[in-house]
Design a protein around this ligand. Sequence first.
Ligand code: ATR
Length: 295
Amino acid sequence: MQAVGGTTRVIGVFGDPVQHSLSPAMHNAALAHLGLDYVYVPFHVPQGRLAAACEGLRALQVRGTNVTIPHKVEIQAHLDARSQEAELIGAVNTVVNEDGRLVGYNTDGAGFVRSLREEAAFAPDGRRVLLLGAGGAAKAIAVGLALAGAGEIVIANRTLAKAEAIANVVQSAASTRARALGVAQWPAPDDAALRAAAAEAELIVNATSLGMHAGAGEPPIIPAAWLQPDHCVCDIVYTPPETPLLAAAKAAGARALPGIGMLIHQGAIAFEHFTGQPAPVAVMRAALLAALGRH
Ligand code: ATR
């Protein structure tokens, strides 16, 4: 590992809480692997201190920072510029300090698309997608898929208005067709519209928190019987590594993409923004698995 010295530059992550962030492990492993003279540290930024923290990035010439809960939306007010993706998503997870000019990016959507291409060998171009959920993660994924040229995205959510808002953003961003479906309760075995959307989809993504910490035998978010061998099924939940939805997908003979891929690739793209170097993805994956206690 590169020793910290007089020339070492700092990269961080803003969060509250931040002590459980997996980003320091992932980024420091990548920096050490490439022998780059940076160190990546957690910054505990309480709510109400974000403006001061951003000014601190400038004053201390910190190279950049990732941004996590609860600051991804609010930080936008303290930046000098945003990427098109960040603007569409309405949230920033990566800030790069270009000589005092703070530029915001959102690498979640592109990270999801990269994991889809590289780990599931699934090209989203022209494909039909069923996206379950309409929170922050779902919005990033919808924008990422739209900018990658997806053909159609059906967004299904308990709160219909949030799904409609994402559908509108998708349609403003790309030629991707988008529509919203309200779902009274997951799983929804009697929901004919949802069932039809699942049957028509080539890609099904769970972007809700359902399935998190699920025990064996818990039902998947949509009925297992709806999954087919030609589906590609992704879950953004990465604890447990195999959610009920992914287990059902495997049992149906479908491709199953675990949520950790999005986490790795959003970090990899952020790393490339910070350092200008291609990210050593395998090193970042190993560090992440080690930090999660899964060697
Ligand atoms: P994130 O930023 O991780 O996406 P979020 O913005 O809180 O988190 O979004 C959580 C998603 O999980 C939403 O789609 C939410 O549905 P609502 O928009 O209707 O709240 C969904 N979700 C979480 N818990 C749920 C539950 N018990 N039943 C149904 N949907 C749930």
